[in-house]
Design a protein around this ligand. Structure first.
Ligand code: MOS
Length: 689
């Protein structure tokens, strides 16, 4: 499989195969699965951040019209495994965060369920809570689930003291919330000892593998169906408590389907979020800008209920050279909802601090920020010592600079004014690991019409359906119209999660392997009914190479000095992501990531009220995300390349790299415009007043 696939469909523009059904309203989303007599669930949520629900009186709800069942910790089904604090819900009266599920009302209509839930009296015994992240927090500790130990190489303090140029600054990123258009939804039906979930998830098999042991059910007794997903961004990557709550409700009312759509407001405490980070970065360099000292100490907020580290130090491990290095990652578990994946967890927040810090070092050294990055581009991965697969950061920076018109930038802040607005340009690097997960299996079967290709993969609206069909078409040597791809169902062969930008590399490897199997067993024109399986194994290249994608973001902003208003004028991202399977869907992924980066830079911040422990701006009216008027001119392009280390397609994932570094490019442009250095995101206008 070292030979890259000969391609006809791969690499060409292809409109999304699921598009027509979606725009005609014919694509079935989980909540829409039709039933004659569904029941509806409305949850009970804790109104304190720590303590006990000392008494829950369900009687008024039980007497209300349409109510079939009231679920609380007093009557919830037993769980076989309670180690996962987020998913082992309704075990006791204990409350670990505001918004935690305390129960649910199941009724004949959604309105009846919601009304009955409002009738339930809950008596609280409140304890003191702590929801405030700070650098010197006594509970700060090493993450138990982190991806790497501290790095301590050489002597950073000495190197910093002796450095000709240095910076020593603190950066922060706020609480940020995934808001896919389709909220998290589940319909659960228990039929005898079998449980079926129609749900919105980034991975049907991983979700089943997580839920089954907690419920104490054989995996084979659970089926999860999720053909279409209306966005995920990581928030549907791991099952959250809403899926478990609906599953428990279905256990309690066997034979009746239970529907639950998480409301937008509930999402802010139930379905994960990007944890806020505090990043202390110290860089020391020679007069020519080459790094001698690299110190990065980061802390992220975590939850007492379950640990999740937002490891902002991750990209710092491999981005730049420097002999004396120190990286530490800590978490502070607080009485807050459980954080989780949000597009490029770790990288997205880490490349805010690091890429603003590099811009500050460039200013301190009097060197162009692109040139500074070029001078600090390592020949081998500073973290593992391995060579990179294709480290083309410099190509991205130089090609991107050309395309963006970087030569027009005046390095002097406040030098460019147009119609009373200060105008500036900024740059930042992007990076994301290029991983493949082992374990996905594809089955290909010859049918009268062509080939049925089955794999339990997920399409979050990203184009998976389309690019996997393109892959299968080329692997089988047939037009794409002869491929009937089936995804999103545990009844299909096992697939790994649509996460970590691993989906394409993992699933396509299984499909190409299955196609090769089919051809070797049954020839180039197999008889109808012939079938073969193929499994994606771990990428052997991962032992010899540090596998990453790279990119460079360029932003131009204008800032009105009297009002402080900041507007993005244009943005361009140049990426190195291996072969691009479908330019149409890849561009959407990249500019979608960049748009979320604009949100990080200029809009998004969950305001956690320390008095009560909840996110106050918990809806799209007050939690701001960029809209069309904020995104005037965003474009992405990529280097024409194939990565022989990435697998049979030569393609790396593009789901996450678009967001990484995007916010820093905007912050750096704001500095170039005004001379004001903003180190705490998001950038609000008062910074410039
Ligand atoms: Mo992505 S945040 O790994 O779904």
């Amino acid at each position: 499989m070292s030979d890259l696939l000969t391609t006809t469909a791969v690499g060409t523009h292809q409109a999304r195969l699921d598009g027509p059904a979606k725009v005609r309203g014919l694509a079935p989303y989980a909540y829409e699965h039709p039933f004659d007599d569904p029941l509806f669930l409305y949850p009970l949520q804790a109104k304190i951040a720590r303590g006990q629900a000392a008494h829950i009186d369900p009687s008024a709800a039980e007497a209300a019209e349409g109510v079939v069942h009231v679920l609380t910790h007093d009557n919830a089904p037993e769980l076989a495994d309670t180690d996962d604090g987020e998913l082992a819900i309704l075990r006791s009266a204990e409350i670990g965060f505001r918004g935690q599920y305390l129960g649910a009302v199941i009724a004949t209509t959604p309105e009846q369920a919601r009304h009955a839930a409002s009738l339930i009296e809950i008596t609280y015994a409140q304890d003191d809570h702590d929801v405030e992240l700070r650098e010197d927090h006594p509970a700060s500790r090493e993450p138990e689930s982190g991806s790497g130990d501290d790095v301590r190489t050489g002597n950073v303090d000495t190197a910093l003291a002796e450095a000709a140029v240095s910076i020593d600054e603190r950066y922060s990123t706020p609480m940020e919330h995934n808001n896919p258009m389709e909220p998290h939804t589940t319909v659960a039906l228990r039929d005898g000892d079998e449980l079926t979930l129609w749900t919105s998830t980034q991975g049907v098999h991983p979700a089943r593998a997580t839920l089954a042991p907690i419920l104490g059910v054989e995996q084979e007794k659970i089926r999860i169906i999720s053909p279409h997903v209306g966005g995920g961004f990581g928030s549907k990557g791991l099952p959250h408590a809403d899926m478990m709550l609906t599953a428990l409700a279905a256990q309690a009312v066997p034979g009746r389907p239970v529907k639950y759509a998480v409301t937008r407001q509930q999402m802010f405490s139930i379905t994960g979020y990007r944890a806020p980070t505090l990043q202390h970065i110290r860089l020391g360099a020679r007069t020519d800008g080459t790094l001698t000292a690299f110190a990065y100490d980061a802390i992220s907020m975590s939850s007492q209920t379950k640990e999740f580290p937002e490891e902002s130090t991750k990209p710092g491990r491999m981005m730049y050279a420097g002999d004396n290095r120190r990286l530490t990652q800590r978490v502070v578990p607080l009485d807050v909802p459980v954080p989780s994946w949000m597009r490029a967890p770790g990288e997205a927040s880490g490349m805010v601090g690091l890429e603003i810090a590099m811009d500050e070092l460039a200013v301190a050294a009097g060197i162009d920020p692109i040139e500074l990055r070029v001078r600090n581009d390592p020949t081998t991965d500073p973290d593992t010592g391995l060579p990179f697969n294709q480290r083309r950061l410099i190509d991205c920076l130089r090609e991107g600079a050309d395309r963006f018109g970087w030569e027009k930038r005046n390095p002097q802040p406040r030098a460019r004014q147009e119609n009373g607005w200060f105008v500036g340009m900024g740059v930042a690097s992007a990076t994301y690991p290029a991983s493949r997960q082992p374990g996905s299996v594809a089955r290909i079967r010859r049918t009268p019409e062509g080939f049925e290709v089955s794999i339990g993969a997920a399409d979050l609206g990203t184009g998976t359906w389309t690019v996997l069909s393109q892959t299968a078409a080329d692997a089988l040597g047939v037009p794409i119209g002869q491929v009937d791809l089936r995804i999103g169902d545990t009844a299909l062969p096992n697939a790994t999660v649509a996460g970590g930008s691993t989906g394409l590399a993992s699933w396509s490897t299984a499909i190409v392997t299955a196609a090769q199997e089919l051809r070797s067993e049954h020839g180039a024109d197999p008889a109808i009914g012939a079938e073969a399986h193929g499994e994606a194994e771990a990428n052997p290249a991962a032992e010899k190479f540090a596998l990453h994608s790279f990119g460079a973001h360029f932003a131009e902003v204008r800032i009105q000095p009297t009002t402080g208003e900041i507007r993005l004028r244009r943005m361009f991202g140049m990426f190195s992501a291996g072969r691009i399977v479908n330019p149409t869907t890849a561009r959407s992924q990249l500019i979608g990531g960049m748009t979320m980066g604009v949100g990080m830079a200029l809009h998004e911040k969950g305001e956690l009220d320390p008095r009560f422990g909840h996110v106050v701006n918990h809806d799209l009216a007050e939690y701001h995300v960029p809209v069309n008027a904020d995104i005037t001119d965003i474009e992405a392009d990529w280097l024409d390349e194939k990565d022989p280390q990435a697998g049979p397609l030569g393609a790396r994932g593009v789901g996450e790299i678009g967001i990484v570094g995007a916010a820093a490019a905007i912050a750096n442009a704001a500095f170039n415009a005004t001379g004001v250095r903003v180190r705490d995101l998001p950038i609000f206008g008062d910074a410039f007043l």
